[in-house]
Design a protein around this ligand. Structure first.
Ligand code: PLP
Length: 465
């Protein structure tokens, strides 16, 4: 691999920021073929010195282009131009309308897939090296999780969610699915088929896992801001637990108002209902500030916060946590001890090092910039259409589009033929008549892929039925 000579000229009188200028000139050099896949880029510090700017300017430009898929970090080995021959073939809009055959590779907009970059991150690799170097761990990992990871999660929750939780009230899980399985196992200690109230539309995997674990699912129709406490008063059967996504209703994307949260807690306390707060992506807010977690509000009711590393790091890890309190917390810990942990000790050690060293916070900050950039792209491309309503944009890694025509399932099928996978909103509804729309996950694609996918979707949405 050869190091690239980069002709960058900065205009200090321009209204564009210095990092935007560096990013734009590098992008043009890649698109024109001047910089190619075999080129590495100079170290950020050296390039910064050559350009007479601070290193942060160059780092921001590199991060921006990595998010767009033009550059790839090699960890300590520097940064290289990404192997993306499709980038260098000309503007996407031109190619989408041409007779060029569809790429064999599908652009996957399935929600729930985050940016894949943490595994290239030097801090991540170092955390694993330290975990591998630990001597003498020939025993089973503790059932509730290693103390180091429970402490690191407690600190993360304090900083990111304002939640004061003691490490001993954190249980490390194999992600949200495992956590829900554990909750149902715990509730079955009192009732064979515990009743769990869930949002409709909602997270289909949660419904499936809890049913398979022996729960009866009760559905509550909700709008994009989630459950309203007034709906609870009308319930004929009081459930054992209620599972909600108050920070970012899944998939519609609103958030539960503080008054509703307080109303829910009062009702839960009165009827002894366990509140399960699925806090799956609240680190990624793009516009409004997140509301405090329900688990951080003063209340008598038992609340369990379900957290996951699937969105802020990767679902490939299969790891998450519960923050528990009260009687339900004690019973959950007992259930976990009885059932043992499915989470590998070495993974817990590596994660603990990564969190303690600040790697996760830095990764979240980088990913947040990437996601908010892609969200802007979505708004830019679809926001002005009068036939499409764009929603779920406040946070997270996905957005929702609603439209009257054409039929969303047909759009999804035709999009797949043209190399774009997108999921119809209908898949999230259990009982209610679904709205016509699509869920667009933009976590794992580059800006260029997203732009291309939006061109395909834009064309399909304009087609007459
Ligand atoms: C609503 C919701 N909760 C939680 C999760 C994370 O689940 P897990 O931790 O099992 O990967 C997801 C992932 O897509 C989700 O959409």
């Amino acid at each position: 691999m050869s190091e690239a000579e980069i002709p960058i000229e900065l205009d200090r009188t321009s209204p564009a920021s210095l990092s935007a200028q560096v990013a734009s000139q590098l992008r043009s050099a890649i698109l024109s073929g001047l910089l190619q896949a075999e080129h590495t880029l100079p170290a950020t510090r050296r390039l910064a010195t050559e350009l007479g700017v601070s290193r942060g300017v160059v780092v921001r430009a590199f991060e921006q282009l990595s998010g767009e898929g033009f550059l790839e970090s090699l960890g300590t080995g520097g940064t290289k131009v990404a192997v993306r021959p499709d980038i260098q073939q000309g503007p996407i809009e031109e190619r989408a309308n041409s007779s060029t055959p569809v790429h064999a590779e599908v652009i996957d907009l399935t929600p729930g897939r985050p940016s894949g970059s943490p595994f290239q991150d030097r801090e991540w690799r170092n955390a694993w090296k330290r975990a591998l170097a630990e001597q003498g761990n020939t025993h089973l990992p503790p059932a509730l999780g290693t103390l180091a990871l429970r402490e690191a999660v407690a600190s993360h929750l304090a900083v990111s969610r304002g939640l004061a939780v003691e490490p001993e009230d954190v249980i490390i899980t194999g992600g949200t699915s495992d956590a829900l399985h554990l909750v149902v196992a715990m509730l079955r200690g009192r009732r064979n088929n515990p009743r769990i109230l869930v949002e409709d539309p909602g997270y289909p995997t949660a419904r499936r896992v809890m049913t398979a674990a022996g729960a009866q699912i009760q559905l509550l129709p909700v709008d994009e801001d989630g459950l309203k406490s007034s709906q609870l008063a009308g319930l004929k059967v009081i459930p054992d637990a209620v599972l909600i996504t108050p920070s970012h209703q899944y998939p519609l994307g609103g958030r539960m108002a503080v008054q509703e949260r307080l109303g829910l807690l009062k009702w839960a306390d009165r009827h002894g209902v366990l509140v399960l707060e699925d806090d799956y992506d609240s680190e990624f807010r793009h516009s409004r500030m997140p509301l405090p977690a329900i688990a951080s509000l003063p209340a008598q009711a038992d609340v369990v916060l379900l957290g996951t590393f699937s969105k802020n790091l990767s679902p490939w890890l299969r790891c998450g946590y519960l923050a528990v309190r009260g009687d339900a917390g004690r019973r959950l810990k007992a259930a976990r001890v009885a059932l043992d942990t499915p989470v590998a000790g070495i993974l817990q050690s590596a994660l603990a090092y990564y969190l303690q060293g600040g790697g996760l916070s830095r990764h979240i900050a980088r990913a947040r910039r990437e996601y908010s950039h892609r969200r802007s792209l979505l708004i830019e491309r679809l926001g002005s259409r009068t036939d499409v309503e764009l929603a779920a944009l406040d946070g997270g890694l996905h957005a929702v589009i609603r439209f009257d025509q054409p039929d969303a399932a047909e759009v999804a099928a035709k999009a797949l033929e043209r190399g774009v996978r997108v999921i119809p909103l209908a898949g999230y509804y259990a009982e209610r008549t679904p709205e016509n729309g699509l869920v667009i996950g933009y976590g794992a694609v580059t800006d260029l892929q997203l732009s291309k996918a939006l061109t395909v979707l834009g064309t399909l949405l304009s087609e007459q039925p």
